[in-house]
Design a protein around this ligand. Structure first.
Ligand SMILES: [Mg+2]
Ligand SMILES: [Zn+2]
Length: 185
């Protein structure tokens, strides 16, 4: 079973501005060009899923209900643009809880393989943290680091991690993926 190619998307700093533990609707700010770029992926046959670490819940900075309201705003905006996010894999734990759902642990990529039928070798992760790139590496996906959010600070922290590209923002990452993926659909 080959499965379908997916693009896995970090949320904060990749789809929306990273205000630091964002959970208030007044802090909700999409990064320009995101909906148009995601539509290009959809039209090329990629499934879309979000993978997000929300340690602010585990640290008690905001509640699950705050998260649901804030994240729902993003999903509503994307749905209004005809974009279906097939799953959101959200880790609510603090780093010291040693869970397996926090990036860079690849458990959620394996879940996407099993639950969504994602072909991980044909799939990509886009994110603004070294953790996102390590997550992709651990799950056998390709990756792009974007320089929105924390990308500028994170790029020097990649160490031996090798994303396929380091690009200014999500629309540029999508253009790279579409140019690289000749066999989709
Ligand atoms: Mg991020
Ligand atoms: Zn977790």
């Amino acid at each position: 079973m080959a499965g379908r190619p997916f693009v896995f998307l970090d949320r904060d700093g990749t789809l929306i501005e990273d205000v630091g533990y964002g959970h208030r609707l007044e802090d909700y700010q999409p990064i320009p060009g995101v909906t148009e770029a995601l539509a290009r992926l959809r039209d090329a046959g990629f499934g879309l899923a979000i993978v997000t670490n929300q340690a602010g819940i585990g640290r008690g900075f905001f509640s699950r209900a705050d998260y649901d309201r804030f994240h729902g705003r993003l999903l509503d905006d994307l749905a209004a643009a005809g974009l279906h996010i097939e799953a959101t894999y959200m880790c609510p734990h603090a780093p010291d809880e040693d869970c397996t759902c926090r990036k860079p642990h690849p458990a959620n990529l394996l879940a996407a393989r099993d639950e969504l039928g994602a072909d991980l070798a044909a799939s990509w992760m886009i994110g603004d943290h070294a953790k996102d790139i390590e997550f992709a590496h651990n799950g056998g996906c390709q990756s792009v680091l974007v320089l929105t959010g924390h990308g500028q600070e994170e790029a020097p922290r990649l160490g031996s991690l090798r994303p396929a590209a380091i690009l200014p923002d999500l629309p540029a990452a999508v253009a790279h993926i579409l140019a690289s993926a000749t066999s989709v659909k």
